[in-house]
Design a binder for this molecule. Structure first.
Ligand SMILES: [Zn+2]
Ligand SMILES: [Zn+2]
Length: 473
C-alpha cells in the first residue's frame, strides 16, 4: 500500500453540494500549501462535470479518511442536460473559467457550491441574491490554481472561521438542489425523447451551432414547466415559447421510408422540392408566401435610406456605416437587400449566386440529385427536356424549369407546410434584426432563433413541429 503524508483533514469535512474549487481551496489552506502544490497533490480536475476515475476516488478516500460515497458526491456530474443535444443550452463560455462566481451570503459562512458556478443561474439557489464574480489575484499559474486563489481570497474576506468554516454546514438546502435536479432531469428527458425521434431540422445544412441560452431555456421550459422557485434563479428565462405541431398521416411516413431506402433523406427531398417549385407554372403555396413576405419587406424598405452596407471580399464580409442618402450609390447591399437575397437563396429556387468551379460542382450535384428523385418518381421531366440515356438532364438548359414536382406525392403537403413555416420563421428573425438595426444596433450582431422547424417520427405518421417565441417576457 502506498504511504501518503499525513494531511490536515477530518472525516465528514466535505460539505453537501460543495464545489470542487471550494474543496481544493479549503484543503490548501488547512494544510498551508500553495494552490499549485495542493492541485498536484490531490491530482483532480476542478472543471465541474469532468469525470473522475475509481482509482482517484479510492485514493482520495484513503488520504482524507472520507467514505467513498462522500468523495463521489463531490465529483458527480451535476445538473447536466444529457442526451438532448439539439435542445441543450450552450456549453460554458471559456471566459467563465477565468473567474469564480460566488454568493456573498454563502461566502460569509465559508460556503461555495457547484451551483454557484452554473452559468445559467444568476442567483444563489439558497439566498436568491445575485451572484458575484471574483477574479484571481494573480495572473500566473494554471487556470485551476488561479481559481483556487480567487475563491480563497473571497473566503478570507468574508468568513471569520475560514478554512474551518464552522457555520458552513446547513447553508445548502437539499430541497432546492433536489428541485433543480428534478427539473433538469425532466427537461432533459422530454428533449431527449423529441430529439431521438427527429429526422430533419431546418438550417442544419448551414452548420451545427448551439442555440442561444435564451432560446434553449425558453424551449426547455415549454417542454417541462419550471417551478417558479427555480425560474427566479435563471440568468435568462428565454421568455415564453410554444411548440406547434401538425400530424401528417402514415402514408407520408411510409413514403419517406421508401425514399430513405433509396438514399433520399428528407433534407435532400426538401432541397429539390424548394429548388424546382418556384419555376413551376402552378407552384405550391409556399411560393406565394415567399412573395408576400418579400413584398412586406420591400414596402417597409421604401426608397433606401439605410445607414449600413455589406462589403463582401473573398470569404469575409463586413458591415460598414454609410451616409444614409449615399447608400443607393454604393455597389454593396443594405440590410434589406441582404434580407431579400437570403430569402431568395433559401426558398426562391436554385441558387445561382455562385460562380466558376463551385457553381459547376453545385450544378453537377444537383443533376445527380434530380436524377435520383426522378428515378424515385418524385420529379418528372417536362416535355422537350434534354435527357441523357442514363436519365440525367443535360447541362446548359434551365434545370429548375426542366422538371416538375410530382404533386400527388404523399409528402407534398408536408414539404409545402414545412417551407411555409421556415419562411415565416425566417421573416420573424429578419424583422427582429431590422427592428434592432433601426434602434441603433450594428447589423453584424444577429441572434436569430435557430432550428425552429423540425420533422419527427410519430407512431401514427410524421409530426411537423415549429418553435415560436410567443413573448420575450
Ligand atoms: Zn447563497
Ligand atoms: Zn436599404
Amino acid at each position: 500500500m502506498q504511504a501518503y503524508p499525513s494531511v490536515n483533514w477530518w472525516p465528514g469535512n466535505i460539505l453537501p453540494h460543495e464545489s470542487r474549487v471550494s474543496f481544493a481551496a479549503r484543503f490548501r489552506d488547512l494544510n498551508g500549501i500553495s494552490a499549485r502544490r495542493c492541485l498536484d497533490f490531490l491530482d483532480i480536475d476542478l472543471e465541474e462535470g469532468s469525470a473522475i476515475g475509481p482509482d482517484t476516488i479510492e485514493r482520495l478516500s484513503s488520504i482524507l479518511r472520507e467514505p467513498v460515497h462522500e468523495i463521489e458526491s463531490l465529483f458527480q456530474p451535476s445538473l447536466r442536460f444529457v442526451g438532448c443535444d439539439p435542445y441543450a443550452p450552450p456549453p460554458p463560455n471559456a471566459h467563465d473559467r477565468r473567474f469564480v462566481r460566488y454568493c456573498e451570503a454563502c461566502a460569509c459562512r465559508g460556503y461555495h457550491s457547484h451551483l454557484h458556478e452554473r452559468e445559467w443561474l444568476s442567483r444563489c439557489p439558497f439566498h436568491r441574491c445575485e451572484l458575484k464574480d471574483a477574479y484571481p489575484p494573480v495572473h500566473t499559474g494554471s487556470i485551476a490554481a488561479r481559481r483556487v486563489e480567487a475563491l480563497d481570497r473571497v473566503m478570507r474576506n468574508h468568513c471569520p472561521s475560514w478554512p474551518r468554516c464552522d457555520d458552513a454546514r446547513g447553508t445548502a438546502s437539499d430541497e432546492v438542489v433536489a428541485a433543480l435536479r428534478e427539473w433538469v432531469l425532466r427537461a432533459s428527458r422530454s428533449a431527449a425523447r423529441l430529439s431521438s425521434a427527429e429526422i430533419w431540422c431546418t438550417g442544419r445544412h448551414l452548420g451545427a451551432y448551439w442555440l442561444s441560452s435564451a432560446q434553449a431555456f425558453g424551449q426547455l421550459r415549454a417542454l417541462a414547466p419550471m417551478p417558479e422557485t427555480i425560474e427566479v434563479l435563471l440568468a435568462d428565462t428565454g421568455g415564453t415559447w410554444r411548440m406547434d405541431s401538425l400530424l401528417f398521416p402514415a402514408v407520408a411516413k411510409t413514403e419517406l421510408e421508401r425514399l430513405n431506402a433509396l438514399g433520399l433523406s428528407f433534407a435532400r427531398v426538401i432541397e429539390v422540392f424548394q429548388g424546382i417549385s418556384p419555376s413551376s407554372p402552378d407552384p405550391p403555396s409556399f411560393v406565394a408566401n415567399l412573395r408576400a413576405v418579400k413584398g412586406l419587406l420591400s414596402s417597409r424598405h421604401g426608397s433606401c435610406h439605410c445607414k449600413w452596407a455589406l462589403v463582401r471580399g473573398g470569404w469575409e464580409s463586413h458591415w460598414v456605416r454609410v451616409h444614409a442618402d449615399e447608400q443607393p450609390y454604393w455597389a454593396t447591399p443594405c440590410p434589406f437587400e441582404v434580407a431579400l437575397e437570403d430569402l431568395d437563396r433559401g426558398w426562391g429556387g436554385l441558387d445561382y449566386a455562385l460562380t466558376g468551379r463551385r457553381a459547376m460542382q453545385k450544378e453537377v450535384r444537383y443533376l445527380e440529385l434530380v436524377r435520383e428523385m426522378h428515378a424515385a418518381g418524385l420529379v418528372r421531366y417536362i416535355e422537350g427536356a434534354e435527357v441523357s440515356d442514363k436519365g440525367y438532364l443535360y447541362i446548359g438548359q434551365d434545370l429548375p424549369s426542366s422538371c416538375r414536382w410530382a404533386d400527388d406525392s404523399p409528402l407534398t403537403e408536408l414539404l409545402n407546410t414545412a417551407s411555409i413555416w421556415e419562411i415565416e420563421s425566417a421573416y420573424g428573425a429578419i424583422s427582429t434584426w431590422l427592428d434592432n438595426i433601426d434602434e441603433g444596433a450594428p447589423p453584424g450582431h444577429r441572434a436569430d432563433p435557430r432550428y425552429c422547424v423540425r420533422v419527427v417520427h410519430a407512431d401514427e405518421g410524421l409530426h411537423l413541429i415549429r418553435w415560436v417565441a410567443a413573448s420575450s417576457d
